[in-house]
Ligand binder design. Structure first.
Ligand SMILES: O=C(O)CCC(=O)C(=O)O
Ligand SMILES: [Fe+2]
Length: 341
């Protein structure tokens, strides 16, 4: 079977002020090619301190090691933030995935609610801080919050440069560049308990197949198990083995729409079969909730027909994907993890 090797992009030359324009252009082309051919790539030499990347996973690990009672104190009514856990399709209480998510104060729709939504429905709540129904991020401690902010600030800075490189390679005008750079970050800590082979054969999966909603996701994963999988254009699943120190960067649906289909919003999932639990920290870079997702004018003429999409604003897509994620049992059954190559 052919080895599926994802691009490994060294962004060092793009970040350094000593590089020539040819060196920067080489990086920019590599990013554009990876987003349009795979929808995912490894990013190395990114200048986010390794110690911080390790510490943020340790922080997540220590939270998930708390008692259920303690963790449940951070449950929030909103779909999009707080603590959440799922035992999927298995007929046991074993938690397959648990997440703790935080959102920035994004000014989104008027009064923080989806237009025309029933305000009593949790899915109507958008992650403003606090939103119209008074939901706030629930931080485990001041230290947790401070470290998360330090880490997210680094990722935002790095993302700005990745977006610059994409704008260079796509030849974007200033208006489009500025539109892209208005993106905001939210962060999710994921904890995975290992599944047995028998559980996987029964349809068990830690995180069901999905595409992320935003533009780019920077994924910082434990390096001692091979658990993340991505789907290629032919529908086959492939392992994404961790490269120590590298981020896995995934393209999300907002980028697919903004580039008129040029960038692939990659389907991915997690099947964790190992000795010990796994932690990943995903930083999602996405447009503000009320941003329209019409293709950037530079790509509209050459890309797919955007009128086929019914959801127009980023917030609509975000909430739709959150709902699918929460209801992922159905997706698991229709897409067994045992089919991967
Ligand atoms: O844990 C991983 O490797 C993937 C996490 C993920 O896909 C997500 O949080 O959206
Ligand atoms: Fe994801």
């Amino acid at each position: 079977m052919a080895v599926y090797s994802l691009p490994v992009i060294d962004i060092g030359a793009y970040l350094s002020s000593d590089s020539s324009s040819e060196q920067r252009q080489t990086v920019a082309c590599a990013v554009d090619k990876a987003c349009s051919q795979y929808g995912t790539f490894y990013l190395v030499n990114h200048e986010v301190p390794q110690e911080l990347c390790d510490k943020i996973r340790t922080l997540g690990r220590s939270f998930f090691q708390l008692s259920m009672e303690e963790k449940h104190k951070h449950k929030v009514g909103s779909l999009a933030r707080g603590y959440w856990s799922s035992s999927g399709v298995l007929q046991t209480d074993k938690v397959q995935i648990e997440t703790l998510s935080f959102h920035p104060p994004v000014n989104c729709y008027h009064n923080g609610l989806l237009p025309d939504a029933d305000p009593a429905s949790p899915s109507a709540r958008l992650p403003t801080v606090p939103d119209a129904l008074g939901e706030q991020d629930s931080w485990p401690s001041k230290e947790f919050r401070a470290l998360t902010k330090e880490y997210t600030d680094h990722i935002l800075q790095l993302n700005e440069r990745v977006f610059d490189s994409i704008a260079d390679s796509l030849g974007l005008a200033d208006v489009s560049r500025n539109q892209l750079q208005k993106a905001v970050a939210h962060i999710g800590f994921n904890g995975y308990n290992a599944l047995t082979q028998a559980e996987i054969e029964q349809g068990g999966i830690n995180l069901a197949a999905h595409a992320d909603a935003g533009c780019l996701t920077f994924l910082n994963q434990d390096s001692d198990s091979v658990s993340l999988q991505i789907q290629d254009c032919g529908g086959k699943w492939h392992d994404v083995p961790p490269i120590p120190g590298a981020f896995v960067v995934n393209v999300g649906t907002a980028f697919n729409r903004l580039t008129a289909g040029r960038y692939i919003d990659v389907q991915h999932r997690v099947v964790h079969c190992s000795e010990k639990p796994r932690i990943s920290v995903a930083t999602f870079i996405a447009p503000p909730f009320d941003a329209p997702l019409d293709p950037l004018p530079e790509l509209a003429a050459v890309g797919e027909d955007s009128t086929k999409h019914t959801l127009a604003l980023y917030g609509d897509i975000h909430l739709e994907q959150e709902r699918a994620y929460i209801n992922s049992k159905a997706m698991v059954l229709s897409d067994p993890a045992t089919s991967h190559v």
